[in-house]
Design a protein around this ligand. Structure first.
Ligand code: AMP
Length: 409
């Protein structure tokens, strides 16, 4: 089976062509600067050289058309005919309370995704554009939606409700939804395999640390809490997002700095976090380069790891213990300093790192706890596209088959 995985952003389309039966990508790439001058397509067929093409790409439909043409091209292609694409899997950021699993997209699903635009105004509209374009360009090919929020739908009500008037939950859906669900699900499933014990015996804390970061408490295979909330702004310190803060600060700053709601949103999402504290960069590599020489870089790093440590401690408390801590994402997979500092002092819950193993640079899944550690610690590269392709295959294969006249058989 061949699945085209699409992750459509406001001005970009990321794609992968994956055979989920053998868990292998045939090609991946990205179209950037859609609707701007000098759009670029970067395409990498597996095992062959990367190609970069530029041109004018006015909208998402043109972008996906461009992707299809390179997938079919003589020199850089990986398929001979569009008909080889059996299904399309779409990353959809917000599925609200409607979706606790991936789903075959039909009109009802589309209108539910549309309804969730209020919750994710920057993400769901381009996701919908991607789905519409793929439906037009690949008619009769099943399209599956895989939601960032779905995995966290198992959270109990006391974990997802805020201390606000209950009517706001009922009227406007104000609650914790959580994000990065595809990644938390993938790495926790891999952790269960690496560990060897049954899933329904394990308490796992997964830390997805990248430009956006979140932690999740996964008890017996289900997410019971996660650090991102109503939007991806809550929780850990992030590249440019503030994470947790006293909500009164926002009102105070809006008043003192004379900010509109839009300006305040931009400040919290684009100018805060590691970038805002350090004044240097949102990029953890650059922060670590300056860690010894710049007080503000060290401060940003320290806030990041201190906050992560607090989440790990609180999730261990929430689950009544922890068996495995997992690190993933660009920072989680690559920064030994973040892992070391975040886990320092957690010996009291049974977590002890092997510093040598922690310092090894590798792209492979690995365990980095000491011999005596009661808690295991895994570094697991995430693969959200593979999850989307696997889910797409599962959903498509479990649909009732139709005969030629279109009736279910
Ligand atoms: P992601 O959003 O998952 O792609 O992660 C991006 C983040 O990972 C950026 O902050 C990068 O600086 C960070 N990152 C990537 N490689 C390293 C590394 N070797 N050491 C520290 N941070 C890294």
């Amino acid at each position: 089976m061949i699945v085209l995985v699409l992750n459509t952003g406001s001005s970009s389309v990321k794609y992968q062509v994956i055979n989920p039966e053998i868990k292998q990508a045939l090609a991946k790439g990205i179209v950037e600067r859609i609707g701007m001058s000098g759009a670029i397509l970067t395409h990498k067929p597996t095992g062959r050289d990367e190609v970069r093409l530029s041109g004018e790409i006015l909208d998402h439909k043109m972008a996906i058309e461009y992707v299809l043409s390179i997938l079919l091209s003589k020199n850089h292609g990986v398929i001979k005919n569009k008909k080889e694409i059996d299904a399309v899997g779409h990353r959809v950021v917000h599925g609200g309370e409607a979706f606790s699993d991936s789903v075959l997209i039909d009109e009802k699903v589309m209108s539910e995704i549309r309804r969730c635009i209020d919750y994710a105004p920057l993400h769901n509209p381009p996701n919908l554009k991607g789905i519409n374009a793929a439906q037009q360009l690949l008619p009769n090919v099943p399209q599956v939606g895989v939601f960032d929020t779905a995995f966290h739908q198992t959270m109990p009500k006391y974990a997802y409700l805020y201390g606000l008037p209950y009517v706001l939950y009922k009227r406007h859906g104000i609650r914790r939804y959580g994000f990065h669900g595809t990644s938390h699900r993938f790495v926790s499933d891999r952790a269960v395999v690496l560990d060897g014990r049954p899933k329904d015996k394990l308490k796992i804390i997964t830390c997805h640390l990248g430009n956006g970061s979140s932690a999740a408490a996964i008890k017996y295979g289900e997410s019971i809490d996660t650090s991102m909330g109503f939007t991806p702004l809550e929780g850990l310190l992030m590249g440019t997002r503030s994470g947790d803060m006293d909500p009164a600060i926002i009102l105070q700053i809006m008043h003192k700095e004379d900010l509109t709601p839009n300006e305040a949103t931009t400040m919290l999402n684009k100018h805060s976090g590691i970038q805002g504290v350090s004044g240097i960069s949102s990029d953890m590599r650059e922060i670590e380069e300056e860690y010894e020489s710049s007080d503000r870089a060290k401060l940003a790093h320290d806030i990041f790891t201190y906050r992560l440590k607090k989440y790990i401690g609180s999730y261990a408390a929430a689950m009544g213990g922890v068996d495995i801590i997992v690190f993933t994402g660009g920072i989680g997979e690559n920064s030994s300093l973040v892992r070391k500092n975040a886990l320092a002092g957690l010996e009291f819950i049974g977590m002890e790192l092997d510093q040598e193993k922690n310092n090894i640079r590798s792209k492979e899944e690995r365990s980095i706890q000491s011999k005596n550690s009661k808690v295991k610690c895994f570094v697991i590269p995430t693969n959200e596209e593979l999850v989307i392709a696997m889910d797409t295959m599962r959903i498509v294969q479990t649909q009732p088959k139709k005969n030629k006249s279109g009736f279910h058989i």
